[in-house]
Ligand binder design. Structure first.
Ligand SMILES: O=C(O)C(=O)C[C@]1(C(=O)O)C=C[C@@H](O)C=C1
Length: 374
């Protein structure tokens, strides 16, 4: 047999084998499509029921979404990773929810920021993105009802608390109804073909700081220019020859910039936590998987903070975060931002909050919500 005949036979048997499996895939896709649309019709029914019961303002249910995702993760036997199935089902719920009510999400823009990635990670691609010029505008847009929800950065594992968000939480009527935890990977984005052709690096000051050691090692003599956001840096790098930006994946995609170096952050576990702001908080999701955020204050006497912490210890409620911040008014010197394990409807959390209300000069419960699922 000639070489050509051999290769034709090989190709035929490849196609024959592939065709058997592809027939299976086609049949499964048809079933998936049918199931997805059946699921979407259920979500529409849920929307109708909520409307009939006067609950139409609260279509988005963070606690239910967390339950769905955790259940999927528990049931998943692979080979798809937990991350992949979580992503997929989040998108399914996002598409289903958009049939009930399309959501507008305010976040710190421009497009291409980590806040955009956090918003999409939490609400999926069916949500309408509403980039804002400042964190203040994120709060304002939700308070005014121009956006359904807002996403604001609250702390970074290397940089610490985002002070502006904490200050705004103090004055807002909004509730925290969810959280998003995002691993921050910084990339060097540029059209330059190699590092020795990079003449300047743009980025937000925080990102330059997060990649300080990498820059010292790889681009020691290249000027670092701080700009308003990573996305703006990417926008500029896309237009200037030799310019590079340090920014994330969303900016790379948005401004079509190649990644010359990936994950250049000095701290390998660099993570930012965002809060989801709405006009309602969330119901309880799964026992042991909810959190409550609050702000408390007391005049600054000896043992004052201890007085505020005792109710949690007595009720067996553990604190997962305690952040102090200067009070903006003169009455108290400091306010404390506290996250505790548990939903405020749980008896032990309720007992701690009742006792705290008796002891604190100021107490504001910002909301109870499911711990981020990822
Ligand atoms: O169960 C609900 O309340 C729904 O609206 C359905 C659904 C879903 O697709 O599973 C959609 C949106 C909500 O945020 C939660 C869940």
């Amino acid at each position: 047999m000639s070489d050509r005949q051999n290769s034709d036979n090989g190709k035929d048997s490849l196609l024959a084998e592939l065709s058997v499996v592809r027939t299976d895939i086609d049949a499964i896709d048809a079933q998936l499509l049918d199931l997805l649309n059946r699921r979407a019709r259920c979500a529409q029914q849920v929307g109708e029921i909520k409307a009939r019961h006067g609950d139409a303002g609260f279509i988005y249910r963070p606690e239910r979404e967390a339950q769905v995702l955790r259940r999927i993760q528990d049931m998943n036997q692979g080979p798809l990773s937990s991350e992949s199935v979580t992503w997929f089902f989040r998108e399914v719920m996002s598409a289903c929810l958009s049939l009930e009510q399309p959501l507008g999400i305010a976040f710190l823009g421009p497009l291409g920021t980590f806040s955009e990635s956090a918003s999409t990670k939490h609400f999926g691609h069916a949500a309408r993105l509403l980039p804002q010029a400042s964190i203040d505008d994120v709060f304002r847009e939700v308070e005014a009802g121009h956006a359904n929800y807002g996403v604001a950065p609250v702390e970074n594992s290397t940089e610490g608390a985002v002070g502006r968000t904490l200050d705004l939480l103090l004055g807002t009527s909004l509730k925290i109804c969810g959280e998003v935890v995002l691993r921050i990977h910084q990339h060097l984005l540029t059209k330059a073909p190699s590092l020795d052709r990079v003449t300047k690096v743009y980025s937000h000051a925080q990102s330059l700081a997060q990649c300080h050691e990498w820059l010292n090692r790889h681009l020691p003599n290249v000027p670092r220019i701080s700009v308003g956001s990573n996305a703006q840096a990417a926008q500029m790098a896309a237009q200037e020859e030799g310019a590079a930006a340090i920014a994330g994946e969303a900016a790379a995609d948005r401004y079509d910039l190649p990644r010359l170096a990936e994950s250049i952050e000095d701290e390998p576990n660099n993570t930012t936590r965002f809060v989801v702001l709405g006009r309602h908080d969330a119901g309880p999701s799964t026992a042991g998987k909810d959190k409550t955020s609050l702000i408390m204050s007391i005049p600054n006497n000896t043992g004052a903070l201890h007085t505020l912490l005792v109710p949690f210890a007595d009720a067996g409620v553990s604190l997962t975060r305690l952040e102090s911040r200067p009070a903006r008014h003169t009455l108290w010197e400091y306010v404390f931002f506290v996250d505790v394990d548990g939903h405020r409807d749980e008896p032990r959390v309720k007992a701690a909050l009742d006792e705290l209300a008796r002891r604190a000069a100021y107490l504001k419960v910002l909301g109870s919500y499911p711990v981020a699922v990822y």
